[in-house]
Ligand binder design. Sequence first.
Ligand SMILES: *[C@@H]1O[C@H](CO)[C@@H](O)[C@H](O)[C@H]1NC(C)=O
Ligand SMILES: *[C@@H]1O[C@H](CO)[C@@H](O)[C@H](O)[C@H]1NC(C)=O
Ligand SMILES: *[C@@H]1O[C@H](CO)[C@@H](O)[C@H](O)[C@H]1NC(C)=O
Ligand SMILES: *[C@@H]1O[C@H](CO)[C@@H](O)[C@H](O)[C@H]1NC(C)=O
Ligand SMILES: *[C@@H]1O[C@H](CO)[C@@H](O)[C@H](O)[C@H]1NC(C)=O
Ligand SMILES: *[C@@H]1O[C@H](CO)[C@@H](O)[C@H](O)[C@H]1NC(C)=O
Ligand SMILES: *[C@@H]1O[C@H](CO)[C@@H](O)[C@H](O)[C@H]1NC(C)=O
Ligand SMILES: *[C@@H]1O[C@H](CO)[C@@H](O)[C@H](O)[C@H]1NC(C)=O
Ligand SMILES: *[C@@H]1O[C@H](CO)[C@@H](O)[C@H](O)[C@H]1NC(C)=O
Ligand SMILES: *[C@@H]1O[C@H](CO)[C@@H](O)[C@H](O)[C@H]1NC(C)=O
Ligand SMILES: *[C@@H]1O[C@H](CO)[C@@H](O)[C@H](O)[C@H]1NC(C)=O
Ligand SMILES: *[C@@H]1O[C@H](CO)[C@@H](O)[C@H](O)[C@H]1NC(C)=O
Length: 764
Amino acid sequence: MRINDGILGTMTKLFLAHILALPVVAGDLPPVDVFFGTENGGNVFPGAARPFGMARMGVDMVDTKEGSVYSGYAPDGNVAGISMMHESGTGGAPEYGVVAQLPLTKDEDYSKTVSVGRAKADAAEVGNYTVFLSNGVIANFAAAERSGIVEYSFPENASAKVMVNVSHHLRADSRPYWTQNFVEGSANVSSELNAYTGHSTIEGGWANQSPWTIYFCSKFDTPADSVSSYENGNVKNATFVTSNNKSENIGLVFSFPSGTSKLRSKMGISHISTDQACSNIASEINDFDLATVISDAQTAWENEVFSKVTISDSNSTLLQLAYNALYGSHLLPSNKTGENPNWKSSEPYYDDFFTIWDTFRCLNPLLNILNPTRGAEIIRSLTDTYKHVGFTPDGRSANQNGKTQGGSDSDIIFADAFVKDIGGGINWDESYAAMVKNAEVEPPYRLDTFVPGSITNQGRQGISQYKKIGYLSRDYTRSVSKTVEFAYDDFALSVVAKGLHKDDDHEKYLNRSSYWKNLWNKDASSKSCNYTGFLQPRHNNGSWATDKYDPLSCEGCYWANDEYEGRPVEYGWAVPHDIAGLLDLIGDNQTFITRLDDMFGLKGHSYADIGNEPSFLTPYLYNYVNAQSKTVETIRYIINHSYSTGASGLPGNSDAGAMQAYLFFALVGFYPVTGTTTYLISSPFVSNVTFNLDNGAKVSITTSNLSSDSFYVQSVQLNGKDWNKNWFSHDDLFSHGGTLHFNLGTSPVQWDTGVEPPSPGHQN
Ligand SMILES: *[C@@H]1O[C@H](CO)[C@@H](O)[C@H](O)[C@H]1NC(C)=O
Ligand SMILES: *[C@@H]1O[C@H](CO)[C@@H](O)[C@H](O)[C@H]1NC(C)=O
Ligand SMILES: *[C@@H]1O[C@H](CO)[C@@H](O)[C@H](O)[C@H]1NC(C)=O
Ligand SMILES: *[C@@H]1O[C@H](CO)[C@@H](O)[C@H](O)[C@H]1NC(C)=O
Ligand SMILES: *[C@@H]1O[C@H](CO)[C@@H](O)[C@H](O)[C@H]1NC(C)=O
Ligand SMILES: *[C@@H]1O[C@H](CO)[C@@H](O)[C@H](O)[C@H]1NC(C)=O
Ligand SMILES: *[C@@H]1O[C@H](CO)[C@@H](O)[C@H](O)[C@H]1NC(C)=O
Ligand SMILES: *[C@@H]1O[C@H](CO)[C@@H](O)[C@H](O)[C@H]1NC(C)=O
Ligand SMILES: *[C@@H]1O[C@H](CO)[C@@H](O)[C@H](O)[C@H]1NC(C)=O
Ligand SMILES: *[C@@H]1O[C@H](CO)[C@@H](O)[C@H](O)[C@H]1NC(C)=O
Ligand SMILES: *[C@@H]1O[C@H](CO)[C@@H](O)[C@H](O)[C@H]1NC(C)=O
Ligand SMILES: *[C@@H]1O[C@H](CO)[C@@H](O)[C@H](O)[C@H]1NC(C)=O
């Protein structure tokens, strides 16, 4: 079901359950629409999944209007399979869509892609997905961590068949150079004709992955009457099929006894072996009990995610938006602990960072508040990846580090976890060593011929030059955006170095954290602006690069340009550690405000793209000149104009949940300055929020006088005391619990008279 009709009843039950510490039972789910952000380029995965589960089970659509499907799902087109692995909210080119079944009612031409239309729209709620096929079959499925179960209901008197396409995977037909391809595979049926095992090896995808393998194991609750295999449409009576020919298309077709109306199948996956795929089923799914797998998934969501935040408001649209945001920010990365085919380790193993460049700004900080256990496992896994691969990734999927868009931004989530002291057994000496490697060692060169300029899968390409001359010159692609990120990454090192009492390193990296200023040209101008001073690319001899330079343009903002997915005017703000330094360069508070006013469309100009991450923090920066009411106005404007409930509710790609985390923070009224302990205060959209944190702390955020036109902060009380700063620190609320109360009104007042937010990277 898309919309929970008993919202208020459910909320009351949830609220009581939390207050009385009653066990939470499935069915008490908050109002989540799993289709939120699936359309309009959001690419969110709506299928059956657990928080961070390796199995994300969903439909794979072909013949859709949009062409490539990134999460497998599209509202239109035909179903080519129900498969076990997907990403959520990614771009570039699709990954996964592997280990599939497709229920059929007749034999087909297996020489080409077999697919079936829908009879009506899919129905889904958290942990429970149903697709209604035009051949009359209804498939209801649910996922555990590394396995899933599907129940097919066949129409009366129809033949009951299941196709297992061993070659199945998502494709990027519009970007054939990045599409995934089948490499080789096999499948073998048990002698009772009620089970099969096999593997499929795939290559390609967004990061040009080298061949990687997924093993599968599947069981039916009813033995088949007969099984055939196909190899490029050539059908044989056989229970085994194999191919190592990349152009081949192989699979099995199971035919069940006539009269079969319900058929259940369990599917297990593993990167290690078919045996492990089978044992993943055995340890996760009892009998063929779909209802229990559904309720276990819902309980997992409740325990790990929804029970952490109780939101109340009389506006059901806002409630749904907030819970949608919470849901969508807990899908990726994937916990593949025990499923790492590349090295043996006792450390946690996470894959599907797609990408840290997107998530470091607010998704990882959200986990560090709500879910420090995950936060710490992620840090440990990134550290272990450094130990065995040589570098932490920026993007990683299919067990391989992928393209790096900017800096080594894992450094920033490390610093965030460090300053928030999230616990969880992180070995900080090793994690810091990973950060130093990023900051000091040139990563190996790896050319992606289809995006000249994308030439490394990890670390900081160009670091040697940056260290030598204090910036990345136009010798390198994305030199402006990378210099800015390298400086922020260096700040992250300085923070951890300080905490580990490495004083020389602290000084060194703090000094480097101001290198972004070396690309600030105080004379750079644009005819559209009355102010001067912008980031500008530079040659390696120190002179400014002027060819094709305009602070309001990025010439495509892609791999081979000076800035990646943002213009110079946007990246100028992207120095969260040193806003005081930026204010010095800009000159005065009023110009700082005028420039911010030009960013988001409130005053006509709209130089920032809020559908992308580089400008995430920017609307909150008014707080640094104690103009908090403008932060409130701008965030109100952005959320009201760019986000809504429904499948098209996100302003573009979810980016692995980054957009949802952004929305969540906006709705609850504060935003993290990642890598520091500071949170900037805005103004909540929902009247009450309670965080029930893992450390036992309870944090309540309450409001008075909130309405759709009464949202300007009049005064704030933090932990019961009047508070005149427009920011607070992690310790103020999240270490031991606390309260934050907002008195709201219809017009702005200057309530934030206290000291402005810190700029810990500031140096004169
Ligand atoms: C199996 O999947 C591959 C890759 O998606 C596709 O090319 C092929 O046509 C499919 N085969 C069938 C019989 O659907
Ligand atoms: C199924 O077959 C039985 C026996 O032939 C017949 O009585 C019944 O009408 C059929 N049902 C449908 C829906 O075709
Ligand atoms: C297929 O599985 C059967 C057991 O069901 C086994 O005896 C046979 O060796 C397997 N064949 C291959 C090629 O793996
Ligand atoms: C192969 O075909 C024969 C005769 O058509 C049938 O009896 C047998 O069940 C089939 N075997 C399999 C494994 O499908
Ligand atoms: C691979 O399969 C294609 C398509 O069936 C065929 O044309 C080709 O000859 C095969 N190559 C080999 C080496 O078998
Ligand atoms: C799963 O969803 C389907 C379709 O909406 C519904 O009929 C079924 O009752 C749900 N299953 C559970 C266990 O809630
Ligand atoms: C918000 O919380 C306060 C204090 O717990 C409570 O009195 C009030 O009823 C709550 N408001 C809503 C809308 O739930
Ligand atoms: C509920 O919130 C939505 C989203 O902010 C808003 O559009 C709508 O007007 C609100 N409804 C009421 C009754 O206030
Ligand atoms: C991640 O997976 C491992 C192996 O299944 C499990 O032990 C661990 O608890 C999982 N992590 C979390 C936070 O659930
Ligand atoms: C950083 O170090 C360099 C070289 O020692 C020095 O010239 C510069 O002034 C330092 N910068 C800051 C901001 O301390
Ligand atoms: C620049 O300043 C002038 C004079 O104040 C004003 O008329 C004009 O609109 C400003 N232009 C922009 C782009 O803000
Ligand atoms: C600029 O804003 C800051 C923060 O409110 C304030 O401390 C400072 O005095 C202001 N500067 C001027 C010149 O008004």
